[in-house]
Ligand binder design. Sequence first.
Ligand SMILES: Nc1ncnc2c1ncn2[C@@H]1O[C@H](COP(=O)(O)OP(=O)(O)O)[C@@H](O)[C@H]1O
Ligand SMILES: [Mg+2]
Length: 226
Amino acid sequence: MQIKLHNINKTYKTGMESIHVLKNLHITIESGNWLTITGPSGSGKTTLLRCISAIEQVDSGKVEIGELDMMNASEEERRRFRRKHTGYIFQDYQLFDQFDVLTNVMIPLLPYEPRKIVEEKAIQLLDTVGLLPRKSHMPAQLSGGEKQRTAIARALMNDPQLILCDEPTGNLDMNNRNHIMKILKEIHRQGATIVFVTHDQELAAVGDVHFEMRDGLLQIKSVEAG
Ligand SMILES: Nc1ncnc2c1ncn2[C@@H]1O[C@H](COP(=O)(O)OP(=O)(O)O)[C@@H](O)[C@H]1O
Ligand SMILES: [Mg+2]
């Protein structure tokens, strides 16, 4: 699905202070593209992902995702959109420590589908990310790479068309980083749109188009030929 951001503005106000993070930002992300975003810490990369997924509302401008106009959608429509169409992967995994790997992966779908179907799907995804032998482990018993692969399996439970990745390899060593990238590339190959935020200059070269976040705007760095 295509993502269109029309001149979006986002300001955070805390007490007396206000910080204008996104400044008339304008971008179209074509369906099935892989967009990479780099930029200094605090430049608004996470804010942008949160606005795209409608966790955060923009102050002005327009966010269109496929058919949905986020500004005019109800909270319920936005939540439904997130649940049906997006997967979100965080730098710090955000697993539930009190549940085992399998349960962590099942959680997003459990309220909506029969348990047996959810479990089959979770097992299939754990197999895809190479974690089936760890399905009964608790998060505390996993390496960083294994935690992130659990989080990716969880993010894929709804077959998302759009995957938002916020520095997903930031805490991982080279081997684990490469493993995660391999999984994401495969999902992309199957047609998902990927928005990938990274500090890793090497990974910035992956994808169809690379932008840098600066002064509240996305500045184009490179476009993959072909
Ligand atoms: N919920 C919030 N309330 C107030 N300020 C925030 C909030 N979230 C982020 N910010 C501020 O907005 C700016 C951009 O943050 P962020 O989008 O997290 O940047 P990045 O992901 O590029 O490091 C930072 O100055 C940050 O402190
Ligand atoms: Mg961030």
